[in-house]
Ligand binder design. Structure first.
Ligand code: IP8
Length: 267
């Protein structure tokens, strides 16, 4: 079969589509608005990944899933964590289908395996075929099997970067609940200065400076996000980080129109 024509991989952060101060708290208005923007942008060759927010993270943390299988009782936690992710994904899929987007959900725990937390095996033939046929695959951070750890938590960011690299995407767009990458943590510092353009060199310095992830986020917050994006950026895939809470930012980023945020390039 010919190569899948994936152009853009878009990540919608869990903090955008859920309320992270609650548990199992979906922001259905935001989910619907973003589905509408994606419909309106009509981007060809688009793959969407969403995060776990107040669905996946509290469960993954409660059962210590990221560190792997240590006791039998965690297996129920694995089932629960994966299940709540399918519930959130169902809400996202609801919004896409009702906005007449040809979206198709692809379950990471059923088609990929990690080794020590890194994707090592991905049965991507269906995904590629869906893209070739004009569908928009929708994936998410998930509880997944791991050859060394038994199981672990795969972040949507690792998935985003992996898909962009392996499907030879031209760009990645990351929608978060802040304006982009800032010099300090914008959730603590009101005067945090937005960094509009970064190179990999700048990124490395920033990794040292950016704050620790919040305790509710088992996959590492902004710091984890940036570390995950590096391999794709190294391959020359540009990343734009935008505030997806702001109406039409996702739409404008997809259209390639000017939009406030942080663009990260190789150099
Ligand atoms: O929100 C993690 O995905 P992320 C998903 O993209 C789970 O880090 C299950 C916690």
């Amino acid at each position: 079969m010919s190569e899948a024509r994936v152009n853009t991989v878009l990540k919608i952060g869990g903090s955008v589509i859920t309320d992270k101060s609650g548990e199992l708290a979906a922001k259905t208005n935001e989910i619907n608005r973003i589905a509408e923007e994606i419909k309106k942008a009509n981007t060809q060759g688009l793959v969407v990944v969403h995060g776990g927010g107040s669905f996946g993270h509290p469960y993954a943390q409660r059962y210590g899933l990221k560190e792997g299988l240590k006791q039998e009782s965690q297996k129920l936690g694995f089932s629960e964590t994966h299940h709540v992710m399918t519930v959130l994904n169902g809400l996202v899929m609801d919004a896409f289908v009702w906005h007449a987007v040809q979206a198709i959900s692809i379950t990471p725990s059923s088609c990929l395996i990690t080794e020590n937390g890194r994707i090592s095996d991905f049965a991507d033939a269906p995904l590629k075929r869906y893209v070739n046929m004009g569908f928009m695959p929708v994936l998410y951070g998930d509880a997944v099997l791991d050859t060394k750890l038994g199981f672990t938590i795969l972040s949507g960011d690792q998935l985003l970067s992996y898909l962009a690299s392996n499907l030879h995407a031209e760009r990645m767009i990351v929608g978060v609940d802040v304006d982009g990458v800032c010099e300090s943590d914008p959730k603590i510092d009101d005067d945090a200065r937005l960094l509009k353009n970064l190179t990999l060199q700048d990124l490395k310095k920033l990794q040292v400076r950016l704050g620790k992830p919040t305790s509710s986020d088992v996959t590492g917050g902004m710091l984890g996000k940036i570390a995950e994006l590096v391999p794709a950026v190294e391959k020359g895939i540009e990343v734009t980080i935008i505030n997806a809470m702001k109406p039409n930012y996702v739409y404008r980023a997809l259209k390639g129109d000017p939009v406030e945020g942080t663009v990260i390039r190789k150099e």
